[in-house]
Design a protein around this ligand. Sequence first.
Ligand code: FAD
Ligand code: SF4
Length: 510
Amino acid sequence: MKTLRLILGDQLNLSHSWLHQVDDDHVYLMAEMRQETDYVKHHIQKVVGFFCSMRNFANTLKDKGHHVIYFTIGDPNNPQKLPDLIDQTISEHKVEKFEYQLPDEYRLDQQFQEICESIPIPSEAFDTEHFYTSRNELKNHFKGKKQLLMESFYRMMRKKHNILMVNEQPEGGKWNFDQSNRKKWDGSPEIPEELSFNTDVTELLDEIKSAEVNTFGNIDAKNFPWPTSYQECKKLLDYFCSKLLPYFGDYQDALHTQEKYLFHSRLSFAMNSKMLSPKEVIDTVIEYYYEHTDDIHISQVEGFIRQILGWREYMRGIYWKEMPGYAELNKLENHYPLPDFFWTGKTKMNCLHKAITQSLDDAYAHHIQRLMVIGNYALLTQVDPNEVDAWYLGVYIDAIEWVEITNTRGMSQFADGGLVATKPYVSSANYINKMGNYCKECTYSHTVKSGENSCPFNSLYWNFLEEKKAHFKNNQRMSMMLSLLEKKSKEELNELQERARNIIDRPDQF
Ligand code: FAD
Ligand code: SF4
């Protein structure tokens, strides 16, 4: 039976069981589509990264003898929309059955259901064979529970998959080494130069420009740094194990003006495009650790495994449990617009200047930059979560809705009212100064609380607590901060709030 198998741009899993056999009955369909480039404004590196990886993937399938139909973005015969693409291919190739892999985005899931209802042939959905969990595993794990604690999910995953377990106990005697993962980096240990693949993507960039895809951000077309094939992803993984893993946990929360990547793996794009599976990443890291236990402490490894086996699978489960309502949540009722400097990086606030400029230049910021610098400012200034989401979904090379929205709207903006985070991730300058050196080179003073030269985060922090305190009155984890707020004199609070108002209205002008 002639069967059409559709593969999306984030389904580049070469190990998928679909591909184990080469035959004439199966036709594989891939397309660079305007419906995907245009649903949000993307960073140019993100569009290039996905298209380049898709082309490499399609060529590998062709080399193996599979029958592949591939539409480039500028192809005049490219229907540019999923339903038209499928209709056209079914009739042109006399297809008798349609098969697809379950998409990870709600929007596409809906679209597939509509397509399957409308086409005149039978259809079947398959798993992507990428994640450790199925869509509903987290939902089932938390059935009947009010709180969806990541830690409980993570421990279940460690046990179920027997990862870092010894005699059914966590290796190293603890489930979580978070407390030892909070070092500031002050110049040592030396950070190896990042592994960059320096691909020349000039032709692809020209095609994207000719097709008039609307993008933002910067790119060095002769030296595209991201991995775009399985082999390159594997190289990045091996590089991480040998060069970065020994210090990953210690410095995972650090910030630094001169070091964009510190000891972070930069593997998120490789995994989110599914070129690399989380299982391969975890197995490789653990194998390397067991071969080097004299040089690598369990805390470094556990810190890394927790991000992938814990947070990444947890966010996927939250997404499928809560969508579509999750995308509408705005529990803190935040409605201000996103400041213009998010699109230029031009602000006197050094932490934001560095983190946003880096995001625009490299389509990358590490977790603490996303959470405690950029997200912190957006939340403190009470920006509408829709605007925050659109920015995060566009700017990072790894941004796909299932993992972006749960991190942005949930973990960072507390718009879900505390489903993902047990308290809002907000801080004054104190935290940013403690974890890095941004404040040393800043126009503002991190120690001054209010007035002209004071760090904006200081007044914004107290203003946020004052304005949103009703939302936190039953939150135990906020009680200490709220009691400190209560102790502030009326005059002090007025002064802080006046400064905060000015910053929200006109950042950098006061
Ligand atoms: P490393 O620090 O080396 O971590 C290793 C891996 O762990 C990552 O590659 C990633 O797959 C996983 N991981 C770590 N933290 C998380 C997390 N909180 N949720 C899910 N997976 C995690 N990650 C995305 O993949 N896509 C996004 O769109 C995205 N948006 C974010 C938005 C905000 C506001 C915040 C606070 C975090 C976001 N994250 C997102 C999570 C995290 O910041 C990135 O996964 C990480 O910075 C990617 O860089 P890395 O590969 O060097 O990560
Ligand atoms: Fe950021 Fe404030 Fe520090 Fe400046 S002083 S870098 S604005 S935290």
